[in-house]
Design a protein around this ligand. Structure first.
Ligand SMILES: [Fe+2]
Length: 390
C-alpha cells in the first residue's frame, strides 16, 4: 500500500543542450535589471557567456555581475545585499556550480531585508525566514548538488567554531531551473569526479532514507540508472555530451529526491567536517561514500535479513552489477565493492590530503547528525568510517 507522503514544489524545469539561449527571453518576463551570480572561472570565460552578454546588450538587459569563489559565507551574502540594497533589481540569476547556485538563492532571499543572513540559518540564528524573495533562475554548470531543485542554500563559516548550515524555506525553490548539459562540458576532471559522487551519494541516501516514499524511490532509481551509464564516461571524456546529459539529469533528480526524502550519514559528515575544514562538499561525500555504506550494511545485517534497507541495497546491486538470479547478499556485497572501486577509479583523495587530523576525528563524530540514515549508527561506527578514509 502506498504510504502517506508529501512532495515539495518544483522549479519550472527547462532541460536540454543549448537551452541557455532561452535565458534573455525568460529574464524579460520579470524585468530588465538582473544580478548575475557566477563562479571565479567556470562560466564567464565560455563562448556561451559571450553569446549571452551579446544577447543582453541587444535586448537591453542590464546586469550586475557578482563573483563568488568557494562556498558562500554569511559575510559574502551580507556584503552583496549591502552592495545592491539601494538598487532596483528585478531578479537574480545564478550560473555556476553548487556554491554559486546556493549564493544566488540566498541573495534572492536576503535582498532588501535588514537583518544579517546568520539570524536565519538553521541551528545558528533564531529567526524564521519569511519566504519572501526576488525571482530566482538557477543554471548549473556542474552535475552535483542538484541545488537548482532544492529549497535550501548552504552557507559556510569555516574554522574552529565553524558551521555549514542552511537557509531554508519552501518558497526558496528556484522559480526556473535551466539545465543545459553543454555548460558542463568544460568542467574539470576532479570536479566532475567529486560533484558526480556527490550526486551519486544523494541519490543513494534519498533512496535508503527512512523518509523515502514511492515517488522519491522511482525518481532515485531513474537518476541512479543515469549515474551507472554516465559517471565514468564523463570522467574519462568530459566532451561526451551524451554522458554529460545523463549526469545533468542525475544531478537534477538527486536534488528533487533529497528535497523530499532527506539524506543520510554521509551528508551528516559533509556538515560536521565541512564546517571545520575547507574541503569541497563533493570530496567529503565521494571519499566517505563506500565506507559509510559498508558500515550501514553491517549494522542493518545485525537487525534482520528482511530489513527494507537491505532489500534496497540488493536492488542497487542488481542495477549496478546486472543480473537477477543470485542471492540478495551477492548483490549487496557486490554493490559495496562497486562503490569502493568507483572511489578508486575516480581518484578521490583521502581526508588527510586536505589537512584533517586524527585528533579532531572524535569531536567531528560527536557533532555528526546521521539525518535520515536507514539504520542508527553510534559514535564508534562514525569514527570507523572516517578512519577508513583519512
Ligand atoms: Fe551533497
Amino acid at each position: 500500500m502506498v504510504k502517506p507522503f508529501q512532495f515539495a514544489r518544483l522549479p519550472k524545469i527547462l532541460f536540454g543542450a543549448g537551452r541557455i539561449a532561452e535565458l534573455p527571453g525568460i529574464i524579460e518576463l520579470y524585468g530588465k535589471r538582473v544580478i548575475l551570480v557566477t563562479g571565479k572561472n567556470s562560466f564567464i570565460s565560455t563562448k556561451q557567456a559571450a553569446q549571452l552578454f551579446n544577447d543582453f546588450e541587444k535586448t537591453g538587459i542590464e546586469y550586475n555581475l557578482l563573483n563568488v569563489s568557494g562556498e558562500p559565507s554569511p559575510g559574502v551574502i551580507d556584503q552583496a545585499v549591502k552592495r545592491f540594497n539601494n538598487e532596483e533589481i528585478n531578479l537574480v540569476v545564478g550560473i555556476g556550480g553548487g556554491s554559486v547556485i546556493d549564493a544566488g538563492k540566498a541573495l534572492s532571499a536576503m535582498l532588501y531585508k535588514k537583518e544579517p543572513i546568520r539570524d536565519f540559518l538553521e541551528g545558528v540564528g533564531h529567526k524564521e525566514h519569511p519566504g519572501t524573495k526576488l525571482p530566482y533562475i538557477a543554471i548549473p554548470t556542474t552535475s552535483g548538488t542538484g541545488s537548482e531543485a532544492t529549497k535550501n542554500a548552504v552557507i559556510s563559516e569555516i574554522g574552529k567554531d565553524g558551521f555549514k548550515k542552511s537557509l531554508r524555506h519552501d518558497n526558496l525553490v528556484p522559480d526556473i531551473a535551466i539545465i543545459d548539459p553543454e555548460l558542463t562540458l568544460q568542467c574539470p576532471k576532479n570536479i566532475t569526479a567529486a560533484s558526480g559522487l556527490d550526486c551519486f551519494t544523494q541519490l543513494i541516501e534519498a533512496y535508503l532514507s527512512d523518509k523515502s516514499n514511492e515517488y522519491t524511490d522511482a525518481l532515485a532509481l531513474e537518476g541512479l540508472k543515469e549515474v551507472n551509464d554516465s559517471l565514468i564516461r564523463c570522467y574519462l571524456n568530459g566532451e561526451n555530451i551524451e554522458a554529460r546529459t545523463g549526469m545533468s539529469f542525475a544531478a537534477l533528480t538527486s536534488g528533487i529526491c533529497i528535497a523530499n526524502a532527506g539524506l543520510g550519514v554521509i551528508h551528516g559528515f559533509a556538515s560536521s567536517i565541512g564546517g571545520m575544514y575547507n574541503i569541497p562538499h563533493g570530496v567529503i561525500c565521494g571519499t566517505l561514500m563506500a565506507k559509510s555504506n559498508e558500515i550501514n550494511v553491517r549494522e542493518l545485517r545485525k537487525k534482520t535479513d528482511n530489513h527494507n534497507g537491505l532489500k534496497k541495497y540488493s536492488l542497487l546491486g542488481k542495477l549496478f552489477l546486472g543480473g537477477n538470479d543470485k542471492k540478495n547478499d551477492y548483490y549487496i556485497d557486490g554493490f559495496i565493492q562497486h562503490l569502493f572501486n568507483i572511489t578508486l577509479d575516480l581518484q578521490l583523495p583521502g581526508l588527510k590530503e586536505y589537512g584533517l587530523i586524527e585528533k579532531d576525528v572524535e569531536l567531528i563524530c560527536k557533532e555528526t547528525d546521521i539525518k535520515n540514515n536507514p539504520v542508527k549508527l553510534v559514535v564508534e561506527d562514525l569514527i570507523e568510517i572516517i578512519a577508513g578514509r583519512l
